[in-house]
Design a protein around this ligand. Structure first.
Ligand code: G3I
Length: 391
């Protein structure tokens, strides 16, 4: 199985694009609304006695499925069993960020990330890197040490060291995370987020990061990772347009970029974010694919704070949102995989959100007891219905 999945790895070429026939699929499923999912409906779909794990369900369509996890979670033996069963790719949630890797300006601490890399390898999983450049999770010393005179050297040194350390072991790197401003009104011309890196180096920091990363590991897919790309709101429309402009600029200047990571933290506070827009999202996926880029759904979950407190209703709503989103995403042949931001509600990042009642933090495929939820069945069903990729 690993060898078969490995075919998806690296910079393989996507063949056979049947966009026309597939374009309407997402719109059809979304018309059914987000609350129609019943887990029982999928009981016999796999043709097996028990439900097939998500990684295998995805692999049948030439796709990768996996999840974010952390060093701490891999200390939980019960969780590890579920993770190994379901996942074909592992993404460290925190351990590859600057804050975790750089205790001081002159040192690197790879211990926790190495542990996860070894775990992934020993479990026949791909290992994904998140993230080399982000405006968050910077170490305490960053502000007092990095200035416009040394920023380029420090950025290059960081990327050369970290990417070099894992060269040959990484499926894909989120080279730059959230470069485009979303609704924080913190943007500059071109929609670029006014991040510390932009302030220090200007827009060229993105090109520098990609070139340095690709030189340090010629095998890994190098990705831009971005949020707020899926809604009908003006802010999301702007984010899609700015992301496409950035991707076009990078491609036309020969920057070695191979993929777009679409985070997909699907929000349910519709007033603020706007609703998921199947048509606009489908169009966007095709525009990205037209740039000869692959697409990874890189951080999928449902930000479920706005959903009913009744658990059955809540879970069905979450499942419906997964299904609606994935039916659109998986109709696009350039999409090579789906990663959920966590596997079990036991460890969702949303548990740490201010004011969240933990009993209604249920955004992931498995519940806190590691049982499959309607969301799991919705994802499984979406893989079942997905376009088959011919890599
Ligand atoms: O582990 C401690 C816990 O013991 C303590 O009780 C708690 C109190 O705040 O903090 C816990 O650590 C936090 C950790 O999340 C828990 O997983 C850290 O303080 C917090 O900084 C860390 O946040 C991470 C966040 O990025 C910022 O780096 C989340 O793990 C991680 O899931 C989240 O991931 C981001 C992606 O990188 C980018 N896209 C959005 C996504 C979700 O915010």
């Amino acid at each position: 199985m690993y060898r078969k999945e490995k075919l998806l790895n690296r910079r393989t070429v996507v063949k056979g694009f049947f966009y026309g026939a597939l374009a309407g699929l997402g719109a059809v499923s979304s018309a059914l609304g987000p609350f129609w999912i019943l887990p029982e409906a999928y009981g016999n779909k796999t043709g097996c006695d028990g439900p097939v794990p998500l990684r295998l369900q995805a692999a049948k369509k030439g796709l990768i499925y996996g999840a974010e996890t952390t060093f701490r979670e891999i200390g939980d033996a019960e969780f590890v069993g579920a993770f190994k069963r379901e996942c074909g790719i592992l993404v460290p949630g925190d351990e590859l960020k600057w804050k975790a890797l750089r205790p001081t300006p002159g040192s690197f601490d790879f211990s926790r990330a190495d542990f996860l890399a070894r775990f992934a390898k020993g479990s026949n999983m791909h290992f994904r890197g998140h993230t080399l450049v982000w405006h968050e999770a910077l170490p305490w010393w960053f502000g007092q040490t990095v200035n416009s005179g040394n920023a380029e050297r420090i950025l290059r040194e960081h990327i050369e060291t970290v990417v070099g350390h894992y060269a040959g072991q990484i499926h894909s790197w989120d080279v730059v995370n959230e470069a485009i401003a979303t609704w924080e009104k913190d943007s500059l011309p071109n929609g670029l987020r006014n991040s510390p890196w932009l302030k220090l180096l200007g827009p060229k920091y993105i090109d520098i990061a990609f070139r340095t990363a690709a030189d340090a590991d010629p095998e890994a897919l190098m990705a831009l990772n971005q949020n707020v790309l899926e809604y009908g709101s003006k802010a999301s429309e702007q984010c899609r347009a700015d992301t496409l402009d950035l991707l076009r600029r990078l491609k036309s200047s020969g920057t070695p970029i191979h993929a777009l990571g679409i985070q997909g933290h699907i929000r349910t506070d519709y007033e603020h974010a706007g609703r998921f827009s199947p048509g606009k999202f489908r169009r966007f996926l095709r525009d990205v694919a037209d740039l000869d880029l692959k697409i990874l759904i890189s951080e999928l979950d449902v930000v479920d704070s706005g959903l009913p407190r009744d658990i059955a209703l809540h879970d069905r709503a979450v499942a419906g949102i997964y299904k609606e989103f994935l039916d659109v995403a998986l109709a696009e042949p350039a999409v090579i995989g789906v990663i959920t931001w966590g596997l079990s509600d036991r460890y969702s990042w949303q548990r740490y959100g201010p004011g969240r009642d933990k009993t209604t933090v249920r955004p992931l495929p498995l519940d806190v007891d590691l049982n499959r939820k309607p969301a799991w069945y919705a994802i499984s069903n979406a893989f079942d219905n997905a376009h088959k990729n011919n890599f």
